[in-house]
Design a protein around this ligand. Structure first.
Ligand SMILES: NC(=O)c1ccc[n+]([C@@H]2O[C@H](COP(=O)([O-])OP(=O)(O)OC[C@H]3O[C@@H](n4cnc5c(N)ncnc54)[C@H](O)[C@@H]3O)[C@@H](O)[C@H]2O)c1
Length: 279
């Protein structure tokens, strides 16, 4: 099946690499034009997670253009509402409308138990992973409403938005909060035929987990662990015999929710979790 989002415009945050890039490419493959934003800088000081770069955002743009779709890009931090609004307004002006919002940008962390979490780490997580999602939707929604054609909003939460893991309580709290944002927008925007849902990935093989710091967190017993050493531990989380999913697995769920195939689905928390929520 092709053209599942033909002629639509999608606003995607965190699109320079990882899942956001994959969403941009997957939606473009099915006919969408893209408004892609990313901070393109180190957001969390001393994080082992590789920061996105302006060059990577430009590569995402090249990938979308090679599919004969149009793309508008901007370097914006999701904590900056005015910056988000200026970017989405300019993107809509250039591309002619807005139909889909994918609030994907996020930071990961890990290490401290919640009682030991510093106020700085707590606040930074809430500002990016919770308030940033709200600001993204707030910036885009006026265009969905004024377009008068309805729309689809997809918020990236996590399995950590449906159940708790130790040593990342601020992340778990923010990702549970994303569900509250999703449900609130769903009840408020339904009258405009705007659907709002969240996706809940398990481990995804992006830079967020494919980095030395995460391998060491999963395998503190080894001096120089790599992905193969982390895999058996990651697999314990799942019912299916796999350690992690690929970014495209999340993109396919996003595409489904964005498409007319999901036209009456709203307010849903959709895990892409290899059965993690069963455990
Ligand atoms: N990778 C996983 O295992 C996993 C699992 C569950 C949920 N998630 C969620 O999926 C989403 C995408 O993560 P990913 O796996 O692609 O990780 P990633 O680190 O590869 O990509 C995250 C992207 O978000 C951008 N970003 C971060 N903070 C930003 C900010 N303040 N403003 C603008 N852009 C910002 C980064 O620059 C980067 O491009 C995140 O919300 C993450 O929490 C990831």
């Amino acid at each position: 099946m092709t053209g599942r989002v033909e002629g639509k415009v999608a606003f995607i945050t965190g699109a320079a690499h990882g899942q956001g890039r994959s969403h941009a490419v997957r939606l473009a493959q099915e006919g969408a034009d893209i408004i892609a934003i990313d901070a393109c800088k180190r957001v969390v000081k001393d994080s082992p997670i590789p920061p996105a770069t302006p060059e990577e955002l430009a590569e995402t743009a090249d990938m979308v253009k090679s599919l004969n779709r149009r793309i508008f890009t901007a370097e914006v931090d999701v904590r900056d509402f005015d910056g988000l609004k200026a970017a989405v307004d300019a993107g809509v002006e250039e591309l002619g409308g807005l139909d889909i919002i994918v609030a994907n940008a996020g930071i990961g962390n890990g290490g401290d138990t919640l009682d030991q979490c510093s106020e700085h780490d707590w606040q930074e997580m809430i500002d990016v992973n919770l308030s940033g999602v709200w600001k993204t939707v707030k910036a885009g929604v006026p265009h969905l409403i004024s377009g008068g054609k309805g729309g689809s909003i997809i918020l990236t939460s996590s399995v950590g938005g449906l159940k708790a893991y130790p040593h990342c309580g601020n992340y778990v709290a923010a990702k549970h909060g994303v569900v509250g944002i999703m449900r609130s927008f769903a009840v408020e925007l339904g009258q405009h035929s705007i659907r709002v849902n969240s996706v809940h990935p398990t481990h995804v093989s992006t830079g967020m987990i494919m980095n030395e710091g995460t391998w060491k967190m999963f395998r503190p017993d080894l001096e120089n662990p790599g992905p193969d050493d982390m895999a058996p531990i990651c697999q314990l989380f799942h019912t299916l015999p796999i350690p992690w999913v690929d970014a495209v697995d999340i993109s396919n769920a996003v595409l489904f929710l964005a498409s007319e195939e999901a036209r009456y689905i709203t307010g849903v928390t959709l895990p892409v979790d290899a059965g993690s929520c069963l455990k």
